[in-house]
Design a protein around this ligand. Structure first.
Ligand SMILES: Cc1cc2nc3c(=O)[nH]c(=O)nc-3n(C[C@H](O)[C@H](O)[C@H](O)COP(=O)(O)O)c2cc1C
Length: 270
């Protein structure tokens, strides 16, 4: 190529590169009281290359579990948004926002509501992730979606605090599913049937350590796919001896591994 043409091509490339918009980035934003959700947020950030932002309360909750329960309970019942230090943030550069929180009272911690109400997610894709003692992905997601009705939720991920050791592999599998367009629907389950002795034995194994939920399995639906068996047990539960309510308990079993409790969800009353 002649020198003058080369110079022209270089100038053209420079002009185009200056006009090109920067590649959109992803953001992981989370609240965590005792560190589980923070650990999960770090995994999401590492595995997606996203920036990381922690939601911080102006007045932190007490260090003790009981103190936090006492303070957060009335806030959640009354829909209070607890003041936070980092309210509105510049989301312009971000395409996907991964929003993480611990499940509190089957719902979302008030500082997360403060963050959601201070920012406009309507043009963003949002992925929700949470950690919990026994469950609440669906109920907390329902509560949160009321605060961001225009937003497209791409997926929901949840893991029990006691299973954090499996989080790296589970986050990787979840992200792969998102890329492949997997949805979190509940198709493919058999019709519910009454539980039999073999179901009860498997249920007992998977729910060891969840005695405080006082679960009594009534019906079960089963789905088998790609070496994984999922069972949804409809149960009666009287959490810490409270009034009985109907819950769904999702129990997973991969290959020959021991079955484990994935989540407990309170059935919505119509
Ligand atoms: C105030 C409060 C309420 C909670 N409510 C629930 C709940 O409704 N369901 C549940 O499974 N776990 C519940 N938990 C347990 C937390 O969700 C769980 O320990 C979580 O992993 C904590 O995350 P963090 O370490 O990021 O704060 C609650 C914990 C607290 C402090």
């Amino acid at each position: 190529m002649k020198p003058r043409l080369t110079l022209f091509a270089a100038l053209l490339a420079l002009v185009f590169s200056c006009n090109r918009k920067p590649e959109p980035k992803d953001l992981v934003v989370y609240f965590s009281q005792t560190g589980n959700t923070e650990q999960l947020a770090q995994l999401f950030a590492e595995q997606t290359g996203a920036d990381l932002l922690r939601i911080e309360c102006e007045q932190p909750y007490p260090d003790s579990y009981e103190g936090t329960i006492e303070m957060a309970g009335p806030e959640i019942r009354e829909g209070v948004c607890r003041p936070i230090k980092n309210g509105p943030v510049d989301l312009e550069a971000y395409r996907t926002v991964y929003l993480g929180y611990p499940v509190w009272f089957g719902s979302v911690p008030p500082p997360v509501l403060s963050f959601v109400s201070a920012n406009d997610f309507s043009s963003k894709e949002v992925v929700l992730f949470c950690t919990y003692g026994s469950g609440g992905v669906k109920s907390s997601s329902r509560a949160l979606e009321k605060w961001m009705p225009e937003t497209r939720i791409l997926g929901r991920f949840g893991i029990a605090a006691r299973r954090m050791a499996y989080a790296p592999a589970e986050v990787a599998a979840f992200l792969l599913g998102l890329t492949n367009g997997a949805s979190d629907d509940e198709d493919g389950y058999s019709e519910p049937r009454e539980v039999v002795d073999s179901d009860l034995e498997l249920f007992r194994q998977a729910t060891a350590g969840y005695d405080y939920l006082n679960l009594r399995p009534l019906m079960v639906s089963v789905r088998e796919s790609e070496g994984e068996c999922s069972r949804i047990f409809v149960c009666e539960s009287s959490h810490h001896g409270g009034a009985p309510r109907k819950v769904e308990v999702l129990i997973l079993q991969k290959g020959e591994d021991a079955p484990y409790l994935q989540s407990v969800e309170t059935l919505q009353e119509n």
